[in-house]
Design a protein around this ligand. Structure first.
Ligand code: SF4
Length: 339
């Protein structure tokens, strides 16, 4: 049994990090409008440490907040806090090819269900191929629970309702588990609750890269206010939205000229591709090094094609799945390890 509460940060329930309060703002489907991006840039500059961080679930966070209440007020004014009760459960990842209206429909339906306000802050909804294994998702017209297809449960155009029913089944079955994977026999028990059967588990589908959209890498998933404003201007010109992907990239409609000017990287073979880092110093009290700065210095002399994750201590927060070179800070400097 867990002996601690779900402390997953939100926009209101901020995390007290070593560099001050950290707010995580849910952005369902990773979707941000020009106006929202401009306000986040302003908040990061006026109230925070001057960085907007993209998370591995395509949300955003601002750290070092001097006035968390003012931050909440400002993001609420641009529609980034539509539900006080559900703000930490609006965890929806979506492939960039998924219609934004479907993401919005799911988000609104989720916020309209009082019972689902009790979902853990780590519970994840998915739409389309994102490279992740959400707790409940729809891919190729099929309901999946922790990657297991639920058979004999037709969607019949009710994707949002189906996902919410599966999430409600998890809530009925859980005691203190945060994810379906932690619930013994979870997928089969949820399938039974839905009156359906269970297929064989599927590996996560590779994330899609739809034609008509340009994907740009955000080095270490960190946007400065100026970069965010450049990006906002770019999508404003295109009357479009930006869509953050779980691998901390952004999708914008083609032609997207000006990405390089914003400090973003369009070349998929860039040495920045696949390089990730935890918070490190000064954000994390456990960190033995400023891993973000050290990773940035190292990138120009990168010597491996494998993904590389930099971690400030043995906990290795944010370690991607699969084969990853790990640069782990120790009391005696960094150790390079291969998973
Ligand atoms: S890996 Fe260690 S240093 Fe990095 S964020 Fe996690 S606890 Fe902090």
């Amino acid at each position: 049994m867990r002996n601690r509460l779900d402390a997953c940060p939100g926009a209101l329930q901020v995390h007290q990090a070593a560099d001050g309060p950290l707010a995580r703002v849910r952005t369902p489907g990773g979707i941000l409008t020009e106006h929202q991006l401009r306000e986040l840039a302003g908040c990061a500059r006026d109230l925070g440490s001057g960085v907007i961080e993209l998370t591995s679930r395509a949300n955003v966070q601002v750290r070092g907040l001097r006035d968390p209440a003012e931050f909440a007020t400002r993001i609420a004014a641009v529609g980034l806090l539509p539900s006080i009760t559900h703000e930490r459960v609006r965890n929806i990842v979506a492939a960039p090819s998924v219609d934004a209206n479907l993401v919005d429909e799911l988000d609104q339906a989720l916020c309209a269900r009082p019972d689902l306000a009790g979902l853990p802050g780590r519970f994840l909804f998915g739409l389309g191929a994102t490279g992740l294994t959400p707790d409940v998702s729809i891919e190729g017209g099929q309901l999946l629970v922790d990657g297991y297809p639920i058979v004999g449960h037709p969607l019949a155009g009710h994707e949002a309702g189906t996902l919410l029913d599966a999430a409600a089944a998890f809530l009925r079955l859980r005691t203190d588990e945060w994810r379906v994977a932690e619930l013994a026999g979870g997928p089969a028990r949820i399938a039974a609750e839905l009156g359906a059967g269970l297929g064989a588990r599927l590996p996560p589908s590779p994330p899609d890269r739809p034609a008509g959209l340009v994907e740009a890498l955000v080095p270490l998933g960190r946007l400065t206010p100026n970069q965010a404003l450049e990006l906002a201007g770019l999508i404003g010109q295109l009357s479009a939205v930006v869509r953050i992907a779980p691998r901390r990239t952004v999708f914008v409609p083609a032609p997207a000229t000006g990405l390089e000017a914003a400090g973003l990287i369009g070349d998929p073979d860039s040495p920045w591709a696949g390089v990730t880092a935890c918070a490190g110093r000064p954000g994390c009290a456990k960190a033995l090094a400023d891993v973000q700065a050290d990773a940035a210095r190292w990138v120009p002399r990168r010597h491996t094609g494998l993904p590389v994750h930099w971690a400030g201590c043995e906990r290795q927060c944010g370690l991607p799945s699969g084969r990853v070179v790990r640069m782990v800070a120790t009391a005696n400097g960094y150790e390079e390890r291969l998973q």
